[in-house]
Structures are given as C-alpha cells and as structure tokens.
Design a protein around this ligand. Structure first.
Ligand code: A2P
Length: 319
C-alpha cells in the first residue's frame, strides 16, 4: 500500500515506515542492524533526521541492503530526513541538506522536511532545542530554500513536520511548490481531526509519527496512553491482534501513512502485519470517543512566548 505525493518526481510514500528516533543515544551499529532487519521484513520507507544522529548508519544499511540484494537499488526505498531548528535560515537549508546527503552517502532524499516550526540561532544540534536561542522564523525565505532543494533534484518532495494550520497558512502563502507532507504526532489518543481536514482540503498528505503513543521525549516517566488504552486493549482482544496493530490499522484506515520506531525484529514484523483485516464500525466509533491527549508536548521544550519564535500550540487539534 502506498500514497501518491503531489511533488511530481516523488516516489509514492509507502503506507508503513520505520523510524529511527530515540530520546537517548543508540550505538550506530544497532541502528544499522535494525534498519537492515526492517528492509528484510519488507519496510520500504525509512525515516531519519539530522537531529537523530542516525543518518550515517541508515545510509550504511541501505548500501548494504543493495549489496546483499534485499533491494535491487536505493531507488526502491523511500528515505525521509529533516532540517533541524538551527538550520532554519534561508542560506543554511541547502548546506544542511548536502550534509544530510553526505551523511547518508545518497544523491537525493525522497522527502525533506522542516523538522519543527521553530528557528533557533545557528549553532550545535541539541535536543531539546535551546529555548533562549529562538528567533523569528522566516517561513518565506526558508520555504524558498526548500523549493530550491527540490528544483536541484536533491529532495524529490519537500514538506514540513509538527506544523499547525497556522504555520501551514504561512508556508502556503509563500509557496510556489506547496508542501507535499506534514508529519505530525498522530494516533488514536491524538487524532488531529482538524489538521487532517485542513491538509486534505489543500492536498497535503499527513504522515503520523508516534503512532503508538511515542517515547518519553521529555523524560516525564508518564505511561504510554496508546499502549495502555483499555478501549484499544478490548478491541485488540476481540480481533486477535495486539494494541499496536489496532492503533496502526486505525491510522491506515484514516488514509494516513505512519512511521514507527522499533529496533526489535519481532515488533518490526508485528507492526508491518496490519493488512488483510479491518476494524468494525463499532471499533471505529469507540476509537473516535477516546479522550484526547498530546504526548509530545513541545510547549515544555520551547518557550511558549512569542507568536512564531516558538511552537504555537494554541491551534493544535484537541477534538
Ligand atoms: P522498541 O524499539 O523496543 O520496539 P516511536 O513512537 O518513536 O515510533 O517509538 C515507538 C516505541 O514503541 C519504541 O520505544 C518501540 O520500542 C516501541 N514499540 C514499537 N513497536 C511496538 C509494539 N508492536 N508493541 C509495543 N511497543 C512497541
């Protein structure tokens, strides 16, 4: 299953993708091994970002997969990477993408995303982004630079991540090539209905990250609202599936593609095994009534002040 993207030269985005983000550093060899295992299990979309520090091992895994004949060539894979907050300056976008391509030893990415609607002063790549370094985001200038990356053939499609409707309004007003994708936190506990409607009306494909509720990015130690959902557990039991599979299946049925991080072979296989069955109308109704809760709380990580110098969560969907 795949979804066509609007950028002309882009390969369609596979319905399932593998993520490589971890809140704590992971040895490069582990990432390489997990990406190879994912390709072997049938994943064709691989997601990374400069900030994750996984571009290099991901690129090595892709090269090795081609050598081993797991894929005929890199062309069979859909690779996404992202521009970090420190690089959201018009003159730093192209060098950032060149660095990313150098890290991965690739000639192009299938999709290049602005990682957050947050711009910080140029400097070291840190997580969280340095709140004291936030500066106004030049959406027009940065988007023009993204368009240039596309024109040069270095990014087959360009898009954004963590953008609300307000941020998208700003980009669309400036765009000659509109964003093909908005990659956001999306799962049964954070369904993003308003944002999805907005994107559907404008031909922007929505991709889900944290489809299983996400990892503990802020170190809060709070439980996982998706994996611990009683509603999902009941449905999973009735369908003979895992909670993860119910969540992923629900996302797929919404027309949303997703990326999930697993470095575990069994879970990698489990997560791609979500086809050939459907949720019932009753399941869908129950899921639509799950109380909503955002897990990746950007507000905790960036200054809440300032209209566009920070992540503006005021229009985030809570329906
Ligand atoms: P692991 O790598 O040990 O499988 P993200 O939201 O960033 O995609 O992360 C998903 C998180 O959920 C990871 O910590 C991953 O850990 C875990 N995970 C992935 N697949 C499953 C699954 N099928 N069941 C339970 N946990 C999962």
């Amino acid at each position: 299953a795949e979804v066509a993207l609007r950028s002309g030269s882009a390969r369609p985005m596979p319905a399932v993708g593998m993520g490589t983000a971890s809140p704590t550093p992971v040895p490069q060899e582990d990432t390489k091994g997990a990406v190879l295992a994912a390709i072997e299990a049938g994943y064709r979309h691989l997601d990374t970002a400069l900030m994750y520090g996984t571009e290099r091992p991901l690129g090595e895994a892709v090269a090795e997969a081609a050598r081993r004949g797991l894929v005929a060539s890199r062309e069979e894979l859909f690779v996404t990477s992202k521009l970090w907050c420190t690089q959201c300056h018009p003159d730093l976008v192209l060098p950032a993408l060149r660095q990313t391509l150098q890290n991965m030893q690739m000639e192009y990415v299938d999709l290049y995303l602005i990682h957050w609607p947050v711009c910080t002063k140029p400097g070291p790549i840190t997580w969280p982004a340095r709140r004291e370094d936030a500066v106004p985001f030049d959406f027009e200038g940065v988007w023009r630079a993204m368009e240039e990356c596309h024109r040069l053939g270095l990014a087959r499609a360009i898009g954004v991540s963590n953008f609300t409707t307000k941020h998208l309004d700003r980009v669309l007003a400036a765009a000659t090539i509109p964003p093909a994708v908005n990659q956001v936190e999306l799962n049964p506990v954070w369904q993003q209905r308003t944002l999805r409607e907005y994107c559907a009306e404008r031909g922007i494909h929505v991709a889900a990250y944290s489809p299983l509720g996400g990892q503990d990015w802020s170190g809060s130690g709070e439980g996982n609202a998706v994996l611990e959902s009683e509603v999902l557990a009941e449905i999973a039991k009735a369908r003979g599936k895992t909670v993860a599979q119910v969540s992923l299946r629900w996302i797929h049925e919404q027309g949303v593609t997703w990326i999930v991080k697993s470095y575990n072979k069994e879970r990698l296989k489990q997560n791609i095994d979500v086809f050939g069955w459907e949720l019932t109308d009753e399941d869908r109704l129950k899921i639509s009534q799950i109380p909503q809760k955002k897990c990746v709380t950007a507000a905790a990580l960036f200054s809440p002040e300032g209209e566009f110098t920070s992540v503006d969560l005021s229009d985030m969907d809570i329906v």
